[in-house]
Design a protein around this ligand. Structure first.
Ligand SMILES: Nc1ncnc2c1ncn2[C@@H]1O[C@H](COP(=O)(O)OP(=O)(O)OP(=O)(O)O)[C@@H](O)[C@H]1O
Ligand SMILES: [Mg+2]
Length: 259
């Protein structure tokens, strides 16, 4: 029997609430090794909280989190060592230069000096940050900060990437480089789970997509399966998203605003 890819991330009954707010509502999820998995959902639907629970930054109230075959409760540090994470608002040390920050993160992950130098230089060049790596991060533009955060997530060759809105702020060329890079990494078995509001990106990049709403996964699948679920044959992701999340009455909302 041919064995298919194993699970990179397996969530069972994972839930998190903050006071009266249910951020994540008993989610089951199985993301396979080498998959690029997209998380879509309206603001406040629980995407970032879910990513943080996979990484172990937020402890679930209930349920189990298994990442790369490791139980998150038993060995959270082993998981963090193999994951690259870009939060939705990266908090970089603004008083460091770009290269100091990247050096520092690579050292945290024990990347050897030679590998570190080579990899960082390649990424700086690919993302057109070369020549600016000696500047203070506080003097970087939004996109430059985002690129620095991405490089710091890639530098230790993680097996799993958790990217919260990774392409926001990037120019089209840089976004394309990151997209191609994620595809290349996926072919080598690296798994990516990313949240995005840019539906074209999700549609073009992701093997499977989950649509999240009020903490639950309303639908999971490839485009074909999502179309079926939404009963919208031939539709694009925007139509599916708006239908499944019950937010398709855009016209009515705009008309009310114009009164
Ligand atoms: N630290 C926190 N304390 C209190 N409530 C929180 C906290 N983190 C998240 N929440 C709440 O949990 C819900 C889900 O938030 P989350 O950030 O996961 O949403 P999201 O899907 O990432 O939204 P967005 O698209 O705006 O990034 C929201 O109602 C939010 O207010
Ligand atoms: Mg978020």
């Amino acid at each position: 029997m041919v064995r298919g890819p194993g699970s990179a991330v397996k969530l069972m009954g994972v839930a998190k609430r903050y006071a009266d707010v249910v951020a994540v509502d008993y989610v089951d999820l199985d993301v396979k090794e080498g998959e690029i998995f997209g998380l879509l959902g309206p603001n406040g639907s629980g995407k970032s909280t879910l990513l943080k629970m996979i990484l172990g930054l937020v402890e679930p109230d209930s349920g189990s989190v298994n990442v790369l075959g490791i139980n998150a409760e038993e060995n959270p540090v082993a998981i963090k060592a193999q994951v690259g994470y870009v939060p939705e608002v990266p908090r970089l040390y603004e008083f460091l230069t770009g290269i100091e920050y990247l050096d520092f993160t690579a050292d945290l992950y024990d990347v050897s000096p030679a590998e570190k130098r080579e990899r960082i230089n390649e990424y700086l060049e690919a993302l057109e940050l070369e020549g600016r790596e000696g500047d203070m991060i506080s003097a970087y533009s939004l996109g430059m900060k985002q690129k620095t955060a991405l490089i710091s997530a890639f530098v230790h060759k993680p097996k799993l990437l958790l990217l919260d809105e990774p392409l926001g702020g990037l120019d089209p060329r840089s976004a394309r480089i990151i997209k191609d890079l994620l595809r290349e990494l996926a072919s080598k078995g690296v798994t990516t789970i990313m949240s995005t509001h840019i539906l074209e990106i999700a549609q073009a990049m992701c093997d499977r997509i989950a649509i999240m709403y009020e903490g639950r996964l309303l639908a999971i699948g490839n485009m074909e399966e999502l179309r079926e679920k939404a009963r919208l044959p031939g539709s694009n992701l925007e139509e599916i998203f708006l239908t499944l999340t019950g937010t398709s009455d855009i016209r009515g909302v705009v008309e009310a605003l114009m009164k």
